[in-house]
Design a protein around this ligand. Structure first.
Ligand SMILES: [Zn+2]
Length: 385
């Protein structure tokens, strides 16, 4: 790997050549080379990198903390480069795919905006392909997660798929005929900010009544904390569990209590699920997919969430009774979906000729070792004489 790094450091002329090749080589997943690639998931708090083979199997995973918001994009880049070089020591890496929690432009080069990092219009792909010796692909993390689920998870075999990730907010992605639909400016799929309640809860995006204010991890926690703060009798169980410290109420705790049968927590998940179903019905009216895949942390609640979502979906679907209904499935790949998807998307830009080139470099290195050995041999002979 180090040899390759030296190669690409040589200057912009070379980088331009590689970039052109990358564009020309853009291909379908069916014809992409079956080579291992690295997938990287940049979240709000951590960077996860893994080597993934052509069948979606994870060969190795590394994690690093995302340097905090105030730090420069350069620090995050350094983290990525370190992780990739570390993995390349043990694996034959042919391309790097990055799923970033932020808006990625239509050329999939710049991160226009990332709410959890100080990235504003960062040419991430160009920066990284200048430092790594392999082609780099950058996409939105919901897009890469959707791709992962479509290739290897809950969405296999679906030609029209919509992914909804319920985390702190709502992320989304649209896949049609084996392609991610990114929109003209690259920011399609921001379903979380569709207005569902006029004049409703204020959203950090500046509007009111956004979908993610009613159906996300944040919404779930907000409601539970409100109940606890009001000292409602239905909240006594959860107040006990956090020993009266309301800020300690989290999404996973609510899910856990709901599984144990806590009535308030079951009800809260039902509410979130119903709003999920309403939003899905809206999306079905606009996009008419055959399958919705529900991912993200909140989807761990499984049927406690998806059951009510299915019911609400059926009740709100336009043309109900007279049209086929889309399947609503829970994501299967878990928190690794984004990473696996990014790695698989990277295979579309992976270089076929990489192996031949590697052989050439190895031959050169062997030759250098040979020359070195001869030189030291001669010196040794010299001293013997
Ligand atoms: Zn909003």
């Amino acid at each position: 790997m180090s040899t390759y790094r030296d190669f690409t450091h040589r200057g912009s002329a070379r980088a331009t050549v590689l970039r052109t090749v990358g564009t020309r080589e853009r291909r379908s997943h069916l014809t992409a080379p079956r080579v291992p690639t690295v997938g990287i998931d940049i979240g709000g708090t951590k960077v996860m990198a893994g080597v993934v083979d052509a069948d979606g199997a994870i060969l190795e995973t590394l994690r690093a903390e995302t340097p905090d918001k105030s730090k420069s994009p350069r620090v995050v880049e350094d983290t990525i480069v370190e992780l990739v070089l570390d993995l390349s020591d043990r694996h034959d890496v042919h391309a790097v795919g990055i799923g970033a929690a932020g808006w990625v432009d239509a050329d999939r080069n710049r991160v226009l905006f990332a709410p959890h990092l100080s990235w504003r219009n960062e040419p991430l792909r160009d920066r990284l392909s200048g430092r790594l010796a392999v082609p780099v692909m950058v996409d939105n993390d919901a897009n890469t997660a959707a791709w992962g689920e479509w290739r290897f998870g809950a969405g296999r075999g679906e030609d029209h798929l919509v992914m909804i990730t319920l985390g702190t907010g709502i992320g989304g992605a649209i896949l049609e005929d084996g392609q991610v639909k990114r929109g003209r400016y690259g920011v399609a799929g921001e379903f979380g900010h569709m207005q569902v309640v006029p004049g409703g809860h204020r959203c950090p995006c500046g509007n009111r009544g956004c979908w993610e204010q009613y159906s996300s991890g944040n919404a779930l926690v907000r409601e539970a904390r409100e109940m606890a703060a009001a000292d409602s009798p239905v909240a006594y169980n959860i107040i006990d569990r956090v020993k009266g410290s309301i800020p300690d109420i989290t999404g996973p705790l609510i899910t856990e209590l709901a599984r144990e049968g806590d009535a308030m927590c079951v009800e809260l998940l039902q509410d979130i699920g119903q709003w999920l179903g309403v939003g899905i019905a809206n999306l079905a009216a606009a996009l008419d997919p055959s399958c919705f895949v529900i991912g993200g942390g909140v989807s761990a609640a499984d049927d406690l969430l998806i059951g009510p979502a299915r019911e609400a979906f059926r009740r709100h679907l336009t043309g109900r009774g007279y049209r086929p209904e889309a399947r609503i499935a829970r994501a299967q790949l878990g928190p690794e979906a984004g990473m696996v998807g990014a790695a698989d998307l990277a295979r579309l830009v992976a270089r076929r000729f990489r192996r031949a080139k590697r052989r050439r470099v190895e031959r050169f290195e062997r030759y250098e070792r040979y020359v070195q050995a001869r030189r030291t041999g001669r010196t040794a002979q010299g001293t013997q004489r």
